[in-house]
Design a protein around this ligand. Structure first.
Ligand code: NAP
Length: 278
C-alpha cells in the first residue's frame, strides 16, 4: 500500500474549513505570520505551499520578509511586534536563521501561545510531558496523522525512528511514545543499524540522505515512513528511502514527493486554529 499524503491533507483541510467558518461567524479571523530572513529556495518553496493552502482554507497568511544581514536585536524587535499584534494568532519562523541570529535565544522570545511550529521550550516541554495543551511540531505530527488515517496501529508496536533532530526525530519519538509505541531512536553513531531496523514493525527515516534506506534494512511486511526531502544525482526530488528497492517487500510506504511533505503545512493551519480558539 502506498500511503499518499494528499488524502490525509484533504480530510484535515475539510475539518479546518468548517472550523474557520465557525470562527468567522464569531468575528474571529485566523491569521498566520511567516517570518522569513533572506530568500532561501527551500523556505520560498514551503512558503508558496503554505500561502496556497491558507487561501484554500480561508485563512489569512502574511509573510514578514527580513534582510539577510538583519541583526539579532532588530530581529527580536520585529518578532516582538508580531508577538504583541492581537490580530495575529500564529507565527512560523523559518529555520535555520542566519549565523548572526542565535536560534537558542530566539526560541525564548516567540510567544508560546502563537508558537504553531513548537519552537518555544515551553511547548517542547509540554510535548515531553504528553501535555496536549501545547503545539506539536508540524512534520512529526504529519507522520502521526498519516499513520492514524491509514489505521496503522501504534500501540505496543516496535517503531524505529532514524534521526534525532529537534525538528523531526526527537519530537516524533515523543509523539509515538504518547501513542504507546515502543520507540527506538537511532542516529549517525548507532551501531548495527540494519539489525535494529530489521526487528521493527514500523521504520521512520528522517536523516536527509537520498535513497539511503534500502531492502537490506528491512524485513518483509515492514511499514516505512519516509520523511526525507532530498535531490538525487539526476536532480529529482527523492526521500531517504530507496522506494523502488523496497516497494516489493514492505507492507506500506509513503512516497516522496506526495507523502509526509504533503501533510506538513496543513498541520500548521490545524495548530493555528487551535491557537485561535485558545
Ligand atoms: P538533520 O537536522 O540534519 O538531522 C539528521 C539526523 O539524521 C541526525 O540526527 C543524524 O544523526 C541522523 N543521521 C544522519 N545520517 C545518518 C545515518 N547515515 N544513519 C543514521 N542516522 C543518520 O535533519 P532534519 O531537519 O531532521 O531533516 C531530516 C530529513 O527530513 C531531511 O531530508 C529534511 O529535508 C526532511 N524534512 C522533511 C520535512 C517534511 O515536511 N517532509 C520537514 C523537515 C525536514 P546525528 O544526530 O548523530 O548527527
Amino acid at each position: 500500500m502506498i500511503l499518499y499524503g494528499k488524502v490525509v491533507a484533504d480530510k484535515l483541510s475539510d475539518e479546518i474549513i468548517e472550523e474557520v467558518k465557525e470562527l468567522n461567524q464569531n468575528g474571529v479571523y485566523p491569521k498566520l505570520v511567516i517570518i522569513r530572513v533572506g530568500k532561501n529556495e527551500s523556505d520560498l518553496s514551503y512558503e508558496r505551499g503554505a500561502l496556497k493552502r491558507a487561501e484554500k482554507l480561508g485563512i489569512k497568511a502574511e509573510v514578514l520578509e527580513l534582510p539577510n544581514d538583519i541583526s539579532q536585536d532588530e530581529f527580536i524587535n520585529c518578532l516582538d511586534k508580531v508577538n504583541k499584534d492581537s490580530s495575529v494568532h500564529g507565527i512560523l519562523i523559518f529555520r535555520p536563521l542566519p549565523k548572526q541570529i542565535d536560534e537558542n535565544i530566539i526560541k525564548n522570545y516567540i510567544n508560546p501561545k502563537k508558537d504553531v511550529d513548537c519552537m518555544s521550550p515551553h511547548n517542547v516541554a509540554k510535548l515531553m510531558e504528553g501535555d496536549k495543551t501545547g503545539f506539536s511540531p508540524c512534520t512529526p505530527s504529519a507522520v502521526i496523522e498519516i499513520l492514524k488515517h491509514y489505521n496503522i496501529e501504534l500501540k505496543g508496536k516496535n517503531v524505529v525512528v532514524i534521526g534525532r533532530s529537534m525538528v523531526v526525530g526527537k519530537p516524533l519519538s515523543m509523539l509515538l511514545l504518547n501513542e504507546d509505541a515502543t520507540v527506538t531512536i537511532c542516529h549517525s553513531k548507532t551501531q548495527d543499524l540494519k539489525e535494529i531496523t530489521k526487528r521493527a514493525d514500523i521504520v521512520i527515516v528522517a536523516i536527509g540522505r537520498a535513497k539511503y534506506l534500502n531492502k537490506e534494512y528491512i524485513r518483509e511486511g515492514t511499514i516505512v515512513i519516509d520523511v526525507g526531502i532530498n535531490v538525487d544525482n539526476v536532480g529529482n526530488l527523492c526521500g531517504d528511502v530507496d522506494f523502488d528497492d523496497i516497494k516489493e517487500i514492505v507492507s506500506a510506504v509513503t512516497p516522496v514527493p506526495g507523502g509526509v511533505g504533503a501533510v506538513t503545512n496543513t498541520i500548521l493551519f490545524k495548530n493555528l486554529i487551535k491557537a485561535c480558539k485558545k
